[in-house]
Write a protein that binds this ligand. Structure first.
Ligand SMILES: Nc1nc2c(ncn2[C@@H]2O[C@H](COP(=O)(O)OP(=O)(O)OP(=O)(O)O)[C@@H](O)[C@H]2O)c(=O)[nH]1
Ligand SMILES: [Mg+2]
Length: 526
């Protein structure tokens, strides 16, 4: 007779819903010497490693090689390149220098002509986002912010002659009053010709969204990978500006690449690619290791500033995480250990936020880190419900996720499957009850006030169990036997109760994958 008897009995307790009971025959007694590693111990050990950004000694080595090989990063510090970049992007090395900025938010007057703007994003919302971008840079202040209605965004001079006169007056006034130092035209990219023309007219540096975002990314990039990615993200912009310059034949005006400068860019690109490839190989190894360790992965994604880091902090109670009211505060994909209600350990991946109206080239460099999100077991999509454009932000993130999945699948639309997505409306403490009603199956939470987290955790648990083929089971094992120790080590133990029918046995409520269950059977049920 098989030593393992599956009893067709279903028990329901607080957290466990339906699970068959496995009965294990009595074996030797548990002794202190055998040392059962409790989930708590295991968790704190594991957590300590993950919190340090590591998953064990080997992983630590991998992370170290990936992130702190400073010798290989020295090529980033290159004055000749800085000159070329400064010419194209109006970026100085000294990001921290204070700036007084005039923000101009151009928009097309007639809705029918606004082909690229999402329907429910109003110019005032775009202006608010532009202001938030400037506020994400320390010492950068907004001298004035205004919307500018235009008939087209493609005109070589951008503004018409009447508007130009008006703006020049304003610039002169702000120079006097606020010591204006630069203009931020909140458009994805300005062509080289537009920028040159406006700079000549206003006699101030002119920046577009791409170059402001690059400033923020440079400032927030701390890991080697993020620094490399930001450096890489600058190159397409510089090439594009140079191309514009040669087309408009403005070589005499000072910005066109010489052969030497082109060579500087190409060499830099080659080195960056080689370094990024190396870092990405390490990342792949880390990913494989995590898979082998069988930790379920929950990727937390969303628009920038939606509250991704705050949510992970609330779910993991991790002090090291620092949510900041800045755009693109998080630039690295980082892993954080958490525990589901069934005691199953999961890894939450914090990711780089999305933003609309940025040229695709800018985020292509961050795609590799977002690949981790595409390969997660479950995606949690955090949305800022208090934001006036939250619907448009949601569509933007969903569209980007779909195209990322397509890329990860190597352009094969049949294979590009996204993991299950849990939609979360965050910042509900800032909106009225009526605004929270939604027909969608969506969680309403506040990461800051820590409300709505329990049902969310239950949902994550449910989706993780389904996605990873884990089951909740009750197993009857000898009290203190090696089976008990084995289960504590290899499965998630929800709770252990005395068996009313047999004082020598314990009832263990566990969450276990089929593979681990098979291993258990091979070892103990012969
Ligand atoms: N009122 C309120 N504020 C919140 C809530 N969650 C996050 N915030 C605030 O929103 C800001 C952004 O939070 P983060 O967690 O850094 O957002 P993020 O999505 O990680 O942002 P990026 O990393 O920049 O993409 C911070 O100032 C948080 O304190 C919430 O539930 N309610
Ligand atoms: Mg963040």
């Amino acid at each position: 007779m098989s030593a393992l008897r599956i009893l067709a009995r279903f028990v329901s307790t607080r957290t466990l819903r339906i699970r068959p009971i496995l009965e294990i025959p009595a074996r030797c007694k548990y002794t202190q010497h055998q040392g059962v590693k409790g989930i708590r111990n295991r968790k704190s050990f594991f957590e300590a490693q993950i919190q340090a950004g590591q998953q064990g000694e080997e992983d630590a080595d991998l992370e170290r090689t990936a992130n702190s090989d400073l010798a290989d990063m020295r090529f980033l510090d290159d004055r000749a390149y800085d000159e070329v970049a400064g010419g194209a992007m109006r970026i100085t090395r000294d990001i921290a220098s204070s700036q007084q900025v005039l923000i101009l938010q151009p928009y097309v007057k007639w809705a029918a002509k606004r082909q690229n703007a999402p329907v429910d994003v109003r110019p005032e919302d775009q202006l608010a986002e532009a202001t938030a971008l400037i506020h994400s840079l320390p010492n950068w202040q907004v001298a004035r912010a205004l919307k500018v209605p235009l008939e087209s965004l493609e005109k070589k001079t951008l503004f018409g002659s009447g508007k130009l006169v008006e703006l020049k007056e304003l610039v002169a006034e702000l120079r006097q009053e606020r010591h204006l130092t630069c203009l931020f035209v909140s458009k994805g990219t300005l062509s080289f010709a537009q920028k040159r023309f406006l700079e000549a007219e206003f006699r101030l540096p002119v920046m577009d969204r791409y170059s402001v975002v690059i400033q923020i990314l440079r400032l927030h990039a701390t890991s080697a990978e993020a620094k490399l990615q930001v450096a890489m993200a600058e190159l397409p912009y510089i090439w594009a500006q140079a191309k514009d310059a040669s087309v408009t034949q403005t070589r005499r005006q000072g910005y066109a690449l010489t052969d030497l400068q082109k060579e500087i860019l190409r060499t830099r690109e080659r080195k960056l690619r080689a370094e990024l490839d190396r870092v990405r190989r390490q990342r792949q190894l880390l990913r494989q290791k995590r898979k082998q360790q069988n930790y379920p992965i929950v990727a937390v994604v969303g628009y920038t500033n939606a509250g991704k880091t705050s949510l992970i902090k609330a779910l993991t109670v991790e002090d090291a995480l620092q949510p900041r009211n800045q755009l693109f505060a998080t630039l690295d994909v980082t892993a954080h250990a958490g525990c589901l209600p069934c005691n199953l350990e999961v890894i939450y991946m914090d990711t780089v936020g999305f933003m609309s109206d940025l040229p695709t080239g800018l985020f292509e460099c961050f795609v590799a880190t977002l690949e981790d999100a595409m390969l997660a077991d479950v995606i949690v999509h955090v949305q800022d419900l208090s934001h006036p454009c939250h619907a448009a932000q949601r569509s933007h993130v969903e569209a980007t996720l779909r195209s990322l999945a397509f890329n990860v699948a190597g352009g094969d639309s049949t294979a590009s499957q996204l993991p299950p997505i849990i939609n979360v409306y965050n910042k509900c403490d800032l909106v009225s009850q009526e605004a929270q009603s939604s027909a969608d199956p969506v969680h309403h939470i506040s990461a800051r006030a820590q409300t709505g987290l329990e049902p969310l955790l239950d949902d994550i648990e449910q989706q993780i169990l389904t996605a990873t083929g884990r089951r909740k089971l009750q197993m009857r094992v000898p009290s203190g036997g090696p089976e008990m120790a084995w289960l504590y080590k290899n499965a998630a133990v929800v709770e252990t109760t005395a068996d009313a029918e047999n004082p020598e046995r314990l009832m263990m409520h566990v969450v276990i994958s089929q593979r681990t269950l098979d291993q258990f059977k091979r070892q103990f049920c012969r």
